[in-house]
Each structure stands twice: as C-alpha cells, then as structure tokens.
Design a protein around this ligand. Structure first.
Ligand SMILES: [Cu+2]
Length: 341
C-alpha cells in the first residue's frame, strides 16, 4: 500500500549528506597522504587524485556510507498512501462482531508513517455507495479537499511539517456515525531529527469507542442514539475489546525503553492513559518532541488527539495498561504488557 520513493531535498538534509560524503572522502585521502592541499579545494584536481588513489577513495566512500547509514533522518521523501473505503463486519473480541465502515477493511485503518518534511499524497477509493472522505489531522490544507461528499475517489497532497501522532478519520456527514462506525486511524509523523531518547521498542495503540449492544449472535449494529449521547457500550485498543488480555499480552523487555504511540480516536470521550507499576519517564503531548513532560503517572488524551509515552520496567511481570477512567477500562480499554528478560 505504501509507495516510498525519493524525490527531492526539502530540508537541506540531502545537500548536507553530499557535503559530508565529500568531506569524509577528503579526510580519508589526506590520511593516506594521497591528496595535496591544491587537490583538496579544486574539484577537477580532487577527482584526478581520487582516480590516482582509487583504493583510498573507496575506503573513504565506504566510511562515508557507513556513517550516513547511522544518520537519521534520511532525505525527505514523497509518500503515497492508497486507501479504500469498505463496509465490513469485523470481529472486535469477546465473541462480538461490529457492522463497520472501514479503511482497507480493518478497524482501525492502517497506521500511516511518514517523516517530518515528507510530501504526502492521499488517495481514497470509495468501494461503497455512501459518501466517504478522509480528514488527516497532520494536513494543513483547505478542509474541503478531504472529500466529505466523495462517492468515488478523493486525492490530495500535503507537506508533513509538524511531527506528532495524528488522527485521521472520515469527513462525510454525519462524521460522528462514520468515526464511531470504524473509519479512523493513526498517522505518525516522525521528527526529522529522530526521537530525543533514541532507539526503543515501538508500539502503536489506538483507542476507540463502540456504540450498541450485541444481539444473540454477538453482532453489534452501531447505535446512533448512543453515539449522540456519548454513552459508549465498549472500548477497544487496536480494534479489540480487552484484546491484549493475559492470553494475548504485548511483550516488552526488562530494561529496554518502550515508546508507545497512542491515539484516542474517540469519537467523543477523553482517555487517561496509564500503565500500572509505571511512571512515564517522558510524555510528548501530541506526539511532538517539543511538548515534553517528565515523570508523570497518567496523562489525558482528548478525542482526536495523540501522544507518545516512554517508560522502562525493571522487573519481569505483567503490567496492565488502561484508560484510567475506570468505566472505560471496565468496558474494554485495558491490556497487558508482559515484561521478560
Ligand atoms: Cu465515511
């Protein structure tokens, strides 16, 4: 679904990389004594020197490539995501199914990952007879482009300027029904300089509300009155009610940094995210590294908002994660991180 291809340098990273490569090659040549000061600053003489000392040039190039491969980020890219709007009956756990409106047949839709500086193209093909669109919160464009009345195809582009964890959802009227029906997902815009605390085990969690009661077959048909009253019957993480229970925990490692990309897709109720036995070492409001808070136990994420949570555990065991609004966790917004050495 994702097409990644290089296009151009938007933030100077590519230009910088070329200069770094040039500099490192020169350094290697100088170390080898294969380049005079005259060679160094004259491109033609330099190329000639490189040809005379091809072995050292190759070493320099290898060194340069090695160093550059460690460098994050790479050049800005153009990324295209092609999604389809489909009606699906999806399993949501606890023996229940939900008559959902979906992106790509899943609830939530796929996680869309880009990097700050990328040019992003969104294509939505509508496989249904109803109108659907796609409103991506990372996109700073005229809202009518999100295609709220589209019955066939929607296509638009934007520049991913701001890093963070962003919601995307259907923009067709009534938006409440389309989002509660299942048309939502997460877009992560990675910061161009990477995450401040470096490598971590990365986990994505999308919280949502389900409206309606199951019939004798376990089928839920979304209930509009319940949606309007914001009286959710069930809550899910990644589309499942109590999906990550003790029989299906999310594994983590003792002593290794865990980074949770969290989205509260709502559509209507706030979430107070917490992990039992953990104080978050860092929380990035909106998923933006500029908005950092340290050493906090719970953190509120409103509907349509995202955050990034970081923590480590120091002992093996089961650590429950939940929406600390306890009615919400009782109705399914809970799961287990199982830590092992
Ligand atoms: Cu829709």
């Amino acid at each position: 679904m994702q097409l990644h291809r290089f296009r151009r340098d938007d933030d100077g990273a590519c230009k910088e990389s070329v200069l770094q490569t040039w500099g490192i090659m020169q350094l290697a040549m100088r170390c080898a004594g294969g380049m005079s000061p005259l060679d160094r600053w004259n491109p033609l003489r330099c190329i000639s020197a490189v040809r005379r000392h091809a072995r050292w040039a190759a070493l320099g190039a290898t060194l340069a490539l090695g160093l550059l491969s460690l460098a994050k980020p790479s050049c800005a890219e153009e990324k295209t995501f092609s999604l389809s709007a489909e009606n699906r009956r999806v399993e949501i756990g606890s023996g229940m199914t939900y008559d959902a409106m979906t992106y790509d047949g899943t609830l939530p839709g796929p996680v869309l990952q880009v990097r700050q500086g990328d040019d992003v193209t969104i294509e939505l093909t509508n496989q249904t007879t109803d109108a659907h669109g796609i409103d991506i919160y990372a996109a700073q464009i005229e809202p009518k482009l999100f295609g709220e009345t589209s019955i066939k195809k929607t296509r638009y582009q934007f520049h991913a300027e701001v890093p963070g964890v962003f919601d995307y959802h259907c923009s067709a009227f009534p938006v409440l029904d389309h989002v509660a029906g299942g048309m939502f997902g997460m877009m992560v815009v990675e910061p161009k300089n990477g995450w401040p605390n470096g490598e971590a085990q990365e986990i994505t969690l999308v919280q949502n509300e389900f409206y309606g009661l199951a019939d004798q077959y376990g089928l839920i048909r979304p209930d509009h009155s319940q949606m309007v009253a914001a009286d959710a019957n069930f809550f899910g993480f990644n589309g499942g009610v109590a999906k990550y229970d003790r029989h299906n925990p999310i594994p983590i490692k003792v002593g290794k940094l865990v980074r949770v990309f969290f989205l509260n897709a709502g559509p209507s109720l706030p979430s107070t995210f917490a992990v039992d036995g953990v104080v978050f070492s860092a929380v990035y409001r909106g998923g933006n590294p500029e908005n950092v808070i340290h050493n906090i136990k719970t953190f509120e994420v409103g509907p349509g908002n995202g955050a990034v949570f970081e923590f480590k555990v120091e002992a093996p065991g089961d650590y429950q994660f939940l929406d600390d609004s306890l009615s919400h966790s009782y109705k399914g917004a809970r799961g287990i991180f199982r830590a092992s050495r």
